[in-house]
Design a protein around this ligand. Sequence first.
Ligand SMILES: NC(=O)c1ccc[n+]([C@@H]2O[C@H](COP(=O)([O-])OP(=O)(O)OC[C@H]3O[C@@H](n4cnc5c(N)ncnc54)[C@H](O)[C@@H]3O)[C@@H](O)[C@H]2O)c1
Ligand SMILES: O=C(O)C(=O)C[C@@H](O)[C@H](O)[C@H](O)COP(=O)(O)O
Ligand SMILES: [Zn+2]
Length: 361
Amino acid sequence: MVATLTVNLSERSYPILFGVDLAKQVRAKVNELTQAGRKVVVITDRHLARKQADGLHAMFGEVPMLVLEPGEETKSLTELGRVLDFCAEHRVDRAGALFAVGGGVIGDLGGFAAAAFLRGIEFYQIPTTLLAMVDSSVGGKTGINLKAGKNLVGAFHQPRGVFVATGLLATLPAREFAAGMAEVIKYGLLGDANLLEQLEKKPLTVESEELAAVIHRCCEIKAGVVEADERETAKEGGRALLNLGHTFGHAIEQVTGYGVYLHGEAVSIGLAAAARLSAKLGYIGEAEVTRVEKVLAAHALPVRLRAELPLSGLMAAAARDKKVRAGMPRFVVMKTLGDAATQSGIEPALVEACFREVGAV
Ligand SMILES: NC(=O)c1ccc[n+]([C@@H]2O[C@H](COP(=O)([O-])OP(=O)(O)OC[C@H]3O[C@@H](n4cnc5c(N)ncnc54)[C@H](O)[C@@H]3O)[C@@H](O)[C@H]2O)c1
Ligand SMILES: O=C(O)C(=O)C[C@@H](O)[C@H](O)[C@H](O)COP(=O)(O)O
Ligand SMILES: [Zn+2]
């Protein structure tokens, strides 16, 4: 069975297709484009080229494919250059399309290359990690990292379609599945108390009967938030809520060097820190902080740093967060579990205390 959810953004609207195996649907889209004389290229990574070789062939046949190195370091200016050169080499013109098959790294990089090449070509997302299925493939945030910080260069560029084929998760390593669960738990914490309770009662695994419904629910939440504030310009709340745990998490990723903590692992520690901040501000109590830590730990996620990190570096990285407005840091806090809000004017000492409580020195 194939289900569809539309992300409604007027002329930039697009469908998200959900199914176990969507090779036929992807192939049909590729054929439609190529039969109309349009150039199609694919980017993926080396793990997928090996573990999903048959699926990739079923979807793309002989379509030119660039295979990149897996990992966060691929979200770089150098690899962006490789993708752009690949498009040029295959004479992709303005009617061309790029398919990004992979996790958030390939999706963010491919989406940004598509936004930049010839000032913008179409792109399609085929997410292959849980994280990409519930979060990165939807919403059009594309980009790469700089040494100075996560996702500091990028563009808002919506895909033309997203194909969420859950069968692809069969080859995903357990650590990567857990990393995706951090973003799933984030959705519960920011806007769906029922989802949170469901995860608390019964941790989700790749075998769970509920997995497809949970992925669909996360996409529904994300689509709703993005439809209301596509470019994160709302003064309060809005798309910035999807950044719950990320001011702390991105700082951890940047200070450790990309890839030491998976994005989802850093976000997990960030969610624990955000819960502590929310408690210090008087919104939630210690019992709620414990609930947040327990649900993360029940999904094999860290709630503290694996090794000490310097507080000064973490604070400097947090100060470069894109949510900063006129020099004022903005944090996403939990008013209750299931309802988040943005807040500025938070004393740096409170943020420092939260970083310390998760293991910074
Ligand atoms: N644009 C957004 O809205 C958004 C949202 C969340 C995260 N992100 C970004 O996403 C990135 C993290 O993405 P990720 O967690 O998907 O990591 P990833 O893209 O690095 O993929 C994780 C690993 O799993 C492997 N893999 C992927 N699919 C597989 C499969 N089906 N079978 C076997 N191996 C597979 C990859 O080769 C890689 O080694 C970060 O850069 C983060 O900043 C972006
Ligand atoms: O889609 C969004 O908006 C998000 O914030 C989703 C996050 O999970 C994701 O990690 C995103 O890439 C963070 O964006 P950034 O603007 O903080 O770099
Ligand atoms: Zn994220």
